[in-house]
Design a protein around this ligand. Structure first.
Ligand SMILES: [Zn+2]
Ligand SMILES: [Zn+2]
Length: 308
């Protein structure tokens, strides 16, 4: 009996902790942070230089400002790539209304995370929402875990699909695993611009802290495959990049990011080959020169992935 009640207590306690964690994450996703005028100005919609009809609503981090939103205005409606948090829908629409009266017809998801696809449930009421097969599967699986509405995209694709809207051609590509197993790269072909989702993030959050790549192992992410996935992005003909988070950039930053990734994975593989233990790997692998604040647990998870 004693054993049974102890077990019961342990179960209840871990359930309680899960519920508390869940509650805190729901609260942080459900409520906008108070922002200064300067921060709000950084997050306001702006044209992408030299790219007719293309705009960005900036996002610098998952916790407060969400992911970058690309907005393409076409004669067949407005295309929105990513949509920040659940509470962001009305603000996104009002920012788009400052530049066009065209209806928002198409919403694309770069992946399933709540700071990129959080407004899906609102957009689903009137727009087509499209994402990768695995982005949908990840949203459905995460709903089972949390009981939140998912807004999973009802239209999915596996490798590539193309939208022809007005004068614009928009390609969706799944180039393999990286940040998750359901990442989409949106290629505005005639504008030579890509939105990479979190396969490529760069710079600092609103609070000045540095962004570093996150491998979502719970949703099929892979450090081993990431550089190869970036190679396929780099094979596209583009000059302008909208990252998952951070300022609009050029090809060269993706090349640098890819190189850093290859170096990081190579160093962890070398540590494994040298017989370094999981406990010792974060100490053994240098990351400072990569300019990514990677905590020990992140390096240990890469160690797990690369271990034979
Ligand atoms: Zn993100
Ligand atoms: Zn993400």
């Amino acid at each position: 009996m004693l054993f049974a009640s102890l077990t019961c207590n342990v179960v209840n306690r871990s359930l309680l902790i899960s519920l508390l964690l869940l509650a805190s994450s729901v609260v942080s996703a459900a409520e906008p942070a108070a922002l200064t005028d300067e921060q709000l100005a950084k997050l306001s919609l702006r044209a992408v230089a030299g790219k007719t009809d293309l705009y960005v609503i900036p996002g610098f981090g998952g916790a407060v400002s969400g992911g970058n939103i690309a907005v393409l205005v076409t004669q067949d409606g407005v295309v929105v790539v990513d949509n920040k948090f659940d509470y962001s829908h009305d603000d996104i629409v009002s920012q788009i209304r400052s530049i066009t009266d065209q209806p928002i017809t198409t919403v694309l998801n770069t992946h399933h995370h709540f700071d990129h696809a959080g407004s899906n449930p609102h957009f689903l009421a009137y727009a087509q929402v499209i994402g990768h097969d695995n982005a949908r599967a990840n949203m459905l699986a995460n709903r089972r875990a949390s009981a939140d509405p998912t807004g999973a995209p009802p239209i999915t694709y596996s490798d590539t699909t193309t939208l022809h809207l007005g004068d614009h051609k928009i390609e969706l590509h799944h180039f393999g695993r990286g940040h998750t197993n359901g990442d989409t790269v949106v290629y505005f072909a005639d504008l030579k611009t890509v939105h990479t989702g979190d396969l490529f993030i760069w710079g600092e959050r609103l609070d000045g802290s540095k962004l570093a790549p996150f491998i979502d192992y719970d949703n099929g992410g892979s450090a081993r495959d990431w550089a190869g996935t970036l190679d396929k992005i780099l094979a596209l003909d583009f000059d302008t990049v909208i990252p998952g988070h951070g300022a609009v950039l050029t090809r060269s930053e993706i090349e640098t990011f890819r190189h850093r990734f290859e170096v990081l994975v190579g160093r962890v593989a070398q540590a494994i080959a040298a017989g370094i233990s999981r406990e010792g790997v974060a100490e053994a692998v240098e990351v400072e020169d990569l300019d990514w604040p990677l905590t020990a647990d992140r390096i240990e998870l890469i160690y797990d992935e690369l271990s034979p």
